[in-house]
Design a protein around this ligand. Structure first.
Ligand code: RIB
Length: 294
């Protein structure tokens, strides 16, 4: 099967507690019951893309612990091709997540098996797709090696620079687009500015195109054809966890099907908005026949 979207990235068990406010150092606060969801930026993207109808595969590592089964089942039931899902001895990735009253989240990731996805694990045959998508919860040398192999097969490389991490220029040069939020853009540029100015400065760093996500304000795209601002539908946020992953997955799907970048971003903002209306990451993602907010 030829894939429309291949995701190379992380798979985590998300351990989520809702809180009225986050503790200061040395302080204890009480929160909600613990909820455990399948997550991880890579798995979230793969599940979101598959649920929207993309022929999708994942290249990732899970552990041989109890979380590993939950994570595999979530990918499998969304219809993601698991030929590139490896199992390693030891713990799976885990994300400790607090969700505040406004649906905002704070996340600590313990990488577990994700840290053991190495360049030697890569099979070039699994990196051939219309679009190959990356994030940064796996080792950077693996991202660089896989992006080069994907690009060599003719795939379009999409990188979400999350969590914000320094990456080599050779990786930035392969991105089409580089997807960042405003904090990640400012991190990469070492300077804050308005989104259009940061997009222009990012293009000078080498990517063929840039998308800056603006949360409830939508997104901004920039490439050689110009800059486009894309508004987001207004929705009530319950939990923003994984909304950026849903956005990037939807963007990848539409780019794989030949949309121009601004059109793909218009669809992606609607999918991202849909994903903040329910708790959890993958548990909040729409399917192809769901009504999206407009
Ligand atoms: O982007 C949201 C994701 O970040 C969560 O699912 C968590 O696992 C962390 O990777």
């Amino acid at each position: 099967m030829t894939h429309e979207v291949v995701v190379v990235g992380s798979v985590n068990a998300d351990l989520v507690v809702s809180v009225d406010r986050r503790p200061d150092p040395g302080e204890t606060v009480l929160g909600s019951d613990l909820a455990t969801y399948p997550g991880g930026k890579g798995a979230n993207q793969a599940v979101a893309a598959a649920r929207l109808g993309a022929r999708t595969a994942i290249v990732a590592r899970i552990g041989d612990d109890a979380h590993g089964g939950l994570l595999r089942d979530a990918l499998s039931s969304a219809g993601v091709d698991l030929a590139g899902l490896l199992v390693t001895e030891g713990p799976s990735g885990v994300a400790l997540i607090t969700v505040g009253p406004d649906g905002d989240n704070s996340i600590i990731v313990s990488p577990g098996a994700n840290a053991r996805l190495l360049p030697a694990d890569l099979d070039p045959g699994l990196l051939s797709a219309a679009v190959v998508s990356f994030q940064l919860e796996i080792p950077i040398p693996t991202v660089v090696a896989a992006a080069k192999q994907a690009s060599d097969t003719g795939a379009r490389v999409v990188l979400n620079l999350s969590p914000a991490t320094a990456v080599p220029d050779e990786l930035l040069a392969l991105c089409d687009p580089l997807v960042v939020n405003e904090h990640e853009a400012a991190f990469l540029l070492d300077a804050e500015d308005d989104a259009a100015a940061m997009a222009a400065a990012l293009l000078e760093r080498g990517p063929r195109s840039v998308v800056i996500t603006l949360g409830a304000d939508g997104a901004l795209t920039a490439d050689s054809a110009g800059v486009t601002t894309v508004p987001s539908p207004k929705v009530e946020a319950v939990d923003t966890t994984g909304a950026g992953d849903a956005f990037t997955a939807a963007l990848c799907l539409r780019l794989a099907r030949g949309d121009a970048l601004p059109d793909a971003a218009r669809y992606a903002t609607r999918v991202g908005a849909a994903a903040v209306r329910r708790p959890g990451a993958q548990s909040s993602y729409p399917s192809a026949d769901d009504d999206l907010p407009a």
